[in-house]
Ligand binder design. Sequence first.
Ligand code: NAD
Length: 457
Amino acid sequence: MTDIARLATIQEYFKSGATRSYSFRKEQLVNFKNVLIRNEKEIYDALYADLKKIPEESWFTENGLLIQEINYMLKRLKGWMKPIKKGANLVNFPSSGYLYPSPLGVVLVIGPWNFPLMLALLPLVGAVAAGNCVVLKPSEHAPATVDVLKKIIKEAFDEKHVMLVEGKGSEIVPAMMNNFRFDHVFYTGSIPVGKIIYQLAAKEMVPVTLELGGKGPCIVEKDASLKVAAKRIALGKFSNAGQMCVCPDYLLVHADIKDKLIELIRENIKKFYGENTEGAYGYCKIINENRFDKLISYLSQGEVIAGGSHNREQLFIAPAILDNVSLDSPLMQEEIFGPILPVFTFRDKGEALKIIHRNPEPLSFYVFTNSKQKEKEWIEAVQFGAGCVNNTALHFTNPHLPFGGIGQSGIGSYHGKKTFETFTHWKAMMRTPVWFDPSIKYPPLKGRLGLLKRLMR
Ligand code: NAD
């Protein structure tokens, strides 16, 4: 059967109503969790093959995060599925309102390569919890993970309910979207491809969630706790070898503390990965030669003041800190998405804002300060998706917080309850009892203007 014919089968299955009940959704989530647990070793092997990711980090950022999300949903799903009570205005007395949650239908989830398991499955879990059928398109750039995804999706779901399609995104995504109307498309990846997806979706007015990227600034104020800041910046920047949408892309540090902070970041890199990062346990590789070459070109766009050694055969780049980078260099116009941290200084907020506004609406924003006043001022001064105070990147792992971008960094958000809401249509309903039916709303209305004005103001 071709992929398009299979899509029609999935749609029929959704229309049968089989995916709607609480018991079905719960059973699917429990079963999926068990499949993830059963395949733990295969998952670790695949993530190591694609990114040299170690089991400890994989649990923290891939399969463990997914299991946490499934447990979070299982605890709350029954409550989320209940209609939400709303009121009614005087003119509709004695009616009441409510929001009735309904699944959207057949949704397409497109994943990137940097967290190739988690970013494909986190939206999928919410889509299933919300009662949808799912077509999953993982990234072809993480082939070992695609193989393990194929295995676990097959083990966990009926193919009429969840189907995985593989291949080159630029070919199969348009082929599907031009021949089948999805009820929602959930895309995680780069801004340029996000624009292509948005255009494909617009033809049939398909709603989208776009989880994109951007250059996330990291501010360090003079009053920050520097030791903690350095540790958390090093973790956020060099985990996954910097291939994270929520990485601090560049550092904006108060001029008076720059040298001290850089020294502390250097020390933390050593503590995390040892003297020689090459071959260090837990330090990831760059995904492929294309990305490696791009990142190496950035190294010559500033003065390397720490790290930066590299090995193309091993797709290895040591955590690097760059000084004296021109704001006009490509490095400061593109999302870095690798283990390279450019550093800039500021003396007042206006100076820092000028730099930030060159790349507006980032996905993430980080500020290190011990002043509540400064914290508030920074949050208000910059337009961004989500972020942290005195931390980096880890807000992503908190299911209580919705995660998403704004403007160039994306449309919509997800995680926890927000994912359920993203894949749910809320039918807004008004129920009107029959025991009371005043004639005021029925024609002829002549002479009732005053009364209507009193009822509706
Ligand atoms: P990408 O845009 O190259 O690919 C993502 C997906 O799109 C893949 O599945 C790919 O097959 C598909 N694709 C590629 N070209 C396509 C086309 N022409 N038409 C349709 N589909 C196509 O992104 P990537 O390189 O895998 O990921 C890196 C980017 O993703 C970075 O910009 C990063 O910031 C962003 N990202 C965002 C988040 C987030 O949650 N906001 C998370 C991770 C990564």
